[in-house]
Design a protein around this ligand. Sequence first.
Ligand code: SF4
Ligand code: SF4
Length: 197
Amino acid sequence: MAQRRFRPSPLPEWRRSVSIAVLLGVAATALLLRFFGASAVIAASVAGLFGVCGIGLMVFWSRKAGVMTHCVTYCPIGVLATAFGRVSPFRISIAPSCTDCGACTLACRYDALGKADVLRRQPGASCTLCGDCVGRCKGSSIEYRFAGLKPDAARGLFITLVVSLHAAFLGVARLSEPCSAGCDREDNKRCGATNFR
Ligand code: SF4
Ligand code: SF4
């Protein structure tokens, strides 16, 4: 987690290219591991190494910059989530009543509310809809938006949906745990299990 600092440092422009390169690299590595029939130990070791690098990034860059660098630059899920966020019906928008005070910039840990973003009245592509900025604006100029709803209702709906989806997917993950009867792949095929080991 990024350490709270007074002013988060803007990240370099090239971090967008790096995040896409990391995403492609992770996908290619997974395919290669599958193609060459890598053992579970090798696959887990590669995944562990990737995770350790991410922790290093948190400690040596994110904490220093006061920005979730590991989310917006390194984590492939973060890159995908913000990309799909562009088609989300939810938005964070900045109203014309904004006074450019910059208070919301200090709240954003995802490099999405730099000066340029505030001036064009729209958070950057790395916005995660976390809502940290919303409470910082004394004039309520930055808010959640959803067609047909008032900002507070949109925020309530967004939070309800996020909590519900997390609960639902945790439940699905639990249901899809592999059985522990010691079946081999052929046994699993016969009983219809899909999560072969
Ligand atoms: S805190 Fe509110 S008024 Fe200040 S820059 Fe952000 S949106 Fe504008
Ligand atoms: S909701 Fe606000 S604080 Fe959170 S990432 Fe988006 S712009 Fe930044």
